[in-house]
Design a protein around this ligand. Structure first.
Ligand code: PLP
Ligand code: SF4
Length: 369
């Protein structure tokens, strides 16, 4: 496992690429993908056979940039990207806890809410998060998403005028080439009832080099466009991720964030508040904190729901309201996202409502009658 010395080695080894090579594809090619490479980094300190089995079931990909964010073994970055033998030992989890496949009229499209759909356009990511809720399909070369499948999704949207909001996700849509992504955006923009398009991505956090001027110039032709970025820890906010976010913002794209609440990574109100404040500073508006899903293979990441409530309790009122995300549970069985709030109502009747503020003082509001 990398100690102080090895860390410095990792950084030295990749420093040149990280600073000089702009080609994100090249960085991606240099990702660590098998147990042999992992063993080399960890100096032979891993159970190679067991990790091989983990990686076979749930692919590993750690690009040199994301790996360079690791400061020491088992830190918040490490836990997100390095496979763990516990992933195979999770009898309680579900492959598809949110029943995305069940609510899927055509493959790769989930229509769960009245006016918006989720369309999966790519099953690759810049880094495979060990806690991914779509562990069942990301990174699997046999589950690649074809052009024909995306076209079926687009045809479905054309035939459903109630769909005014399309969320592109995956995997990570920004792992597609500019021209392929542009084809999808152009098709969607040609549908009159599609009002907004959203892209869910981890690229500005996990491989900011991918956010190029060319990508931003292409994206800005398809406004109104929103980009929702997955960040999990303040250490992921670097000069590079900041400049990637700036480029997107400067292209007129509104940025928001989503964060999964993860044991040992960010299950600490101080860490979360720091993250939310840092996000605002780089013009990313905190949107959701998710309770970890009941996904097979991620049990060791799950926290008590109480932890999420405590986090909101320590942010709401204590810092800028813009920093306060919604804490949600994406309901198992496919009921969608349900917001969970600390209880600010002390009592309520026809005449008045008694409330407590963030610091615990109570106040009474009398109803109009
Ligand atoms: C999260 C999600 C959406 C979007 O939800 P918002 O609350 O509007 O951000 C849409 N469809 C599916 C299936 C989702 O999981
Ligand atoms: S970036 Fe998103 S889709 Fe990709 S592995 Fe991480 S959580 Fe899953």
């Amino acid at each position: 496992m990398p100690g102080q010395q090895e860390e410095t080695l990792i950084k030295k080894k990749y420093a040149k690429e990280i600073e000089q090579v702009e080609l994100w594809e090249e960085l991606l090619r240099k990702s660590i993908v098998d147990e042999g490479q992992l063993d080399a980094i960890c100096k032979g300190n891993i159970d190679k056979e067991k990790l091989k089995a983990v990686i076979k079931k749930y692919p590993m990909r750690i690009n040199p940039y994301y790996l360079s964010l690791v400061k020491k073994k088992d830190d918040a970055i490490w836990k997100q990207c390095i496979p763990d033998v516990r992933e195979l030992d999770d009898p309680k989890g579900f492959e598809d806890p949110l029943c995305e496949e069940r609510d899927s009229p055509v493959p790769g499209l989930t229509h769960r809410y009245p006016d918006r759909v989720l369309l999966l356009v790519c099953n690759q990511c810049a880094m495979y998060c060990r806690f991914c809720t779509r562990k069942r399909k990301v990174g699997d070369p046999f589950k690649r998403i074809t052009r024909a499948q995306i076209l079926r999704g687009i045809e479905y949207i054309k035939g459903h005028p109630e769909v005014r909001d399309v969320l592109l996700s995956g995997g990570d849509p920004f792992l597609l080439s500019d021209s392929y992504l542009e084809w999808i955006l152009k098709e969607l923009r040609s549908i009159p009832h599609v009002e907004i398009i959203r892209i869910g991505t981890r690229v500005p956090c996990a491989l900011p080099h991918r956010v190029t001027p060319e990508l931003c110039n292409m994206l800005k032709k398809y406004h109104p466009l929103y980009v929702n970025i997955h960040f999990a820890h303040p250490d992921e906010i670097t000069e590079l991720s900041e400049s990637a976010c700036n480029m997107l913002s400067d292209a007129g794209i509104l940025l928001s964030s989503q964060t999964v609440l993860l044991r040992g990574v960010n299950d600490d109100p101080k860490v979360m508040k720091d993250l939310m404040q840092k996000l605002l500073k780089i013009r990313v508006r905190p949107y959701y904190i998710y309770q970890a899903d009941m996904t097979m293979g991620i049990n060791h990441f799950r926290t008590k729901v109480e932890k999420g409530i405590e986090i909101i309790e320590k942010i709401q009122g204590w810092t800028s309201g813009l920093c306060v995300p919604h804490f949600v549970i994406d309901s198992p069985g496919g009921g969608g996202k349900i917001p969970i709030l600390p209880n600010f109502i002390v009592s309520r009747d026809d005449k008045k409502i008694v409330l407590r503020n963030y610091s615990g003082k109570t106040y009474t509001y009398e109803e109009h009658c």
